[in-house]
Design a protein around this ligand. Structure first.
Ligand code: AMP
Ligand code: GLY
Length: 423
């Protein structure tokens, strides 16, 4: 099979590493890719916003299958255009990508199909939103409706914080994404991410993971795209997985199909496991980053035929097998992230991979033959262990061998699971 992978993050490096192990793979291209992905695929400097150029490339190279990693090209309709050109594509349509692209869309779907989620209202102006916050009181959650790179959400512990967040959204802090605001009840519990594939009809549960969204140790500081993750998430017991499939995932897949937006691709539910059971916080229509890195480490099966079955409507014919081991990833980010940070800072050394641990590249580039950090989140040090405690120890041992002066990481990724394992 000739494959083109779209994307350039740690998620795509993990996908590329796994796909490269497939005996079905004949030729492998990535656009734009990164220096880590270059170990597995030929990098192509395509402008992924130029859909005609992507299609022309797939024709020129007789690509059989395109895999889209990030959300932006999905929301922009790249999967629709590729499919219209007759190319098998992994990734949802623009209409189905609204599950992530619009929080209001997802909340309305939950209301229509009785999917458990926090009570909410949508607002297009500040005044009625402020009024609603006064009525509901704090804690309460304020969300920019559109894509804001994981930063458009404020969990407000006081009313004043909530009002300030509403003003930020309507004052344009998140651009067009904040033109509409969702105000949502605060859900109390432990979070987990639940990954599934769907071909529009069938849902296949993949695995669970736990992200760490806050920038600082002890889950403090502003939200980020994710500072580390581990899999599986112990809070997702087999009984909780079964409830999630029945109460949340299956009604979503059948509801999307009924509404004329069948969902094809991977998605994950951000769940809050509350005293009542699983409740939906949000959907994402792609693999999580950095959650994908731990999932790919744990996946035993060949990924390529599973993704192809998803794209071609034959998901009922495949299965995914997982290692029992835990995997954990630590994100190394540029100092200052998620705020402003220096670019092109030199990365002097990345340690070699071993059987148990590996460094995935995210925001890196080669400048004059030297490896530099170009993004906020730059490297993902990922390891296995018989439990999270062992995976954590191995991941930090490797992290400490990375030589990059402008980098930092959280030192407590996996703390909840480690505390559980000690108990
Ligand atoms: P989101 O971008 O919707 O995933 O929100 C980012 C983070 O904000 C989530 O991972 C949660 O930690 C938190 N959050 C979002 N919605 C709620 C809610 N209703 N109750 C409590 N925390 C929330
Ligand atoms: N790590 C969270 C996400 O990919 O949305």
């Amino acid at each position: 099979m000739k494959v083109l992978l779209i994307g350039s993050g740690g998620r795509e490096h993990a996908l590329a590493w796994k796909i490269a192990q497939s005996p079905l793979l004949e030729e492998f291209y990535a656009a734009p890719g990164n220096p880590g992905i270059a170990d597995h695929a030929t990098l192509v400097s395509l402008d992924v916003e130029d859909h005609a150029a992507v299609i022309a490339f797939t024709k020129e190279k007789s690509i059989d299958f395109v895999i889209i990693g990030p959300e932006a090209p999905l929301v922009a309709g790249l999967a629709d255009d590729l499919r219209a050109a007759g190319i098998a594509t992994f990734g949802p349509s623009k209409a189905a990508a609204q599950l992530e692209g619009s929080k209001g869309f997802t909340k309305d779907l939950c209301a229509r199909y009785d999917i458990p989620t926090g009570a909410y209202q949508r607002f297009k102006a500040a005044e009625p939103a402020r009024q609603y916050v006064h009525e509901q009181g704090a804690p309460i959650v304020i969300k920019a409706d559109g894509l804001a790179a994981g930063k458009g959400v404020t969990v407000a512990m006081t009313e004043a914080e909530a009002l300030a967040a509403i003003d930020d959204c309507f004052d344009g802090a998140f651009g067009a994404a904040g033109a509409e605001v969702v105000v949502e009840a605060f859900l109390d519990g432990e979070e987990a991410s639940f990954f599934c594939l769907s071909d529009g009809k069938t849902a296949l549960a993949l695995a669970t993971a736990q992200d760490h969204k806050r920038v600082g140790d002890g889950d403090t500081g502003p939200n980020t795209g994710g500072m580390g993750a581990y899999s599986p998430a112990p809070v997702m017991t087999p009984a909780m997985v079964e409830r999630t499939m029945k109460e949340i995932i299956e009604p979503t897949i059948s509801g999307m199909a009924k509404d004329g937006n069948p969902f094809s691709g991977v998605f994950f539910a951000g769940l809050m496991i509350t005293a009542k059971g699983p409740e939906l916080i949000e959907y994402n229509v792609r693999f999580g980053d950095p959650e994908c890195q731990v999932l790919m480490m744990r996946l035993k099966s060949d990924l390529l035929p599973i993704l192809y079955a998803t794209a071609t409507g034959t998901l009922d014919k495949v299965e995914a097998e997982w290692r029992d081991d835990a995997a954990l990833t630590v994100v190394l980010a540029s100092k200052g992230y998620p705020g402003a940070y220096d670019k092109n800072t030199p990365i002097a050394h990345i340690p070699d991979a071993s059987e148990e641990a590996k460094v995935f590249h995210a925001g890196t580039a080669l400048k004059d033959g030297k490896l530099v950090a170009t993004g906020g989140r730059v490297l993902n040090v990922t390891a296995f262990g018989k439990n999270v405690t062992e995976a954590q120890a191995r991941a930090y041992a490797l992290t400490d061998k990375v030589e990059w002066e402008n980098g930092f990481c959280r030192r407590d990724i996996g703390w909840q699971a480690v505390a559980r394992e000690k108990a």
